[in-house]
Design a protein around this ligand. Structure first.
Ligand SMILES: *Cc1c(COP(=O)(O)O)cnc(C)c1O
Length: 360
């Protein structure tokens, strides 16, 4: 069986080892004789697995011991609202850094609950960089400062977390587990699993309990961080299968040597593709400042834009899947998350050079 190289932005490629393990265990989870989809989330085998997942997350990411690790539903998208619902109680205002599509969506959702102030933006220059963040622009009366660690559509990424005198909240949806991140420098980090650490249906929230306040009055229990923490994310039935695949992916991350090892490979993958783009004499373009380029998503255009559809078609024919850019930006994009191998990236690089040779 030959599978295409998968560059999908999300849901995205899974490690082959994880897929095979899911297949092997599908009919019999942990010796129960039934699949993980068919047992209670409160049964001992599932609870044991959930406990293992929790300790693996804490180990792999060096999560401070007092932080909560929540596994919730609704995707990162729901966090755009759940975060202000939980943190806006006293101070109905928050600061946001505007770097592209996802930070914009996060800010727009928060506006429903209070005042949102954009304290830095690269909108004016077409999201070609991480804007300079002047600490004196951060409002000390804001509930938190929000930033998007990796802008999945625009392909920009922070090289380090912003320094913030107020609680720091991070959308790490497309980068968590792909590079080292100082969890303790943040008060809340969230990421759905389907990019670097599993499949859709489960969203990780790492949370410093010190910033929790009473949520807004209309907040349902299922969206109350304190209640979810007390119930260990098992207030109601979670997405057990997604949780299971996340757990297996974490075990895979540890088997291959952890995040530091993946980071080195991820950097190589990104350097390879940006190299192909930069050496194409303008055939391929990526306008992001080199220090701010994403190691997770490599968006690019073909200067002759009418060749882009042909590129996608030819790529598909040659075994490269998922290269169409985000609908908001157009163009092309290679998402090169943890499970995408260096071999796959080098094969794509060779295809790109060949396409340039025959159409340039
Ligand atoms: C994919 C993505 C989201 C949305 O995640 P969902 O799981 O679809 O809700 C939010 N932020 C970033 C940075 C993303 O890449």
């Amino acid at each position: 069986m030959s599978r295409p190289f998968n560059f999908s932005a999300g849901p995205s490629a899974l490690p082959m080892d994880v897929l095979l393990q899911v297949r092997d265990e599908l009919l019999d989870f942990a010796g129960t004789g039934v699949s993980v989809m068919e047992i209670s989330h409160r049964s001992q085998p599932f609870m044991d697995f959930a406990h293992r997942t929790d300790t693996a997350v804490r180990r792999v990411l060096a999560v401070p011991s007092d932080y909560h690790v929540l596994l919730l539903q609704g995707g990162s998208y729901l966090q755009f609202s759940q975060i202000p619902m939980n943190l806006f109680h006293q101070k109905k205002t928050a600061d946001y850094i505007h770097t592209g599509l996802w930070s914009e969506q996060a800010a727009n959702a928060a506006r429903q609950y209070g005042e949102v102030r954009i304290i830095a933006s690269s909108y004016e220059t077409g999201f070609d960089r991480i804007p300079e963040i002047n600490e004196s622009n951060i409002n000390l009366d804001a509930a938190y400062l929000h930033y998007t660690e990796n802008e999945t559509a625009q392909g920009l990424q922070f090289s380090k977390p912003p320094v913030s005198p107020i609680p720091l909240v991070c959308d790490a949806c497309s980068s968590l587990m792909s590079k080292p991140l100082d969890i303790s420098a943040h008060d809340l980090i969230y990421a759905s699993a389907q990019k670097n650490m599993g499949i859709a249906g489960v969203t990780m929230v790492l949370l410093n309990p010190a910033i929790l306040d009473k949520p807004l009055a209309s907040t349902p229990q299922v969206l109350d961080f304190s209640i979810q923490a007390k119930k260990q994310s098992l207030l109601n039935t979670p997405s057990t299968f997604s949780w299971y695949v996340l757990g297996l992916t974490l075990e895979w991350i540890e088997r291959v040597g952890g995040i530091d090892v993946l980071y080195e490979i991820n950097k190589k993958k990104a350097q390879h593709l940006y190299g192909v783009i930069d050496k194409s004499n303008g055939f391929y373009t990526n306008g992001v400042w080199s220090d701010d380029r994403s190691i997770n998503n490599v968006p690019f255009h073909i200067a002759e834009t009418n060749l882009e559809d042909l590129f996608v078609k030819e790529a598909q024919k040659n075994g490269f899947h998922g290269l169409k850019g985000h609908q908001s930006t157009g163009g092309l994009r290679a998402s090169i998350y943890n499970a995408v191998t260096l071999d796959a990236v080098q094969a794509l690089g060779a295809f790109m050079r060949e396409f340039e040779r025959t159409h340039g």
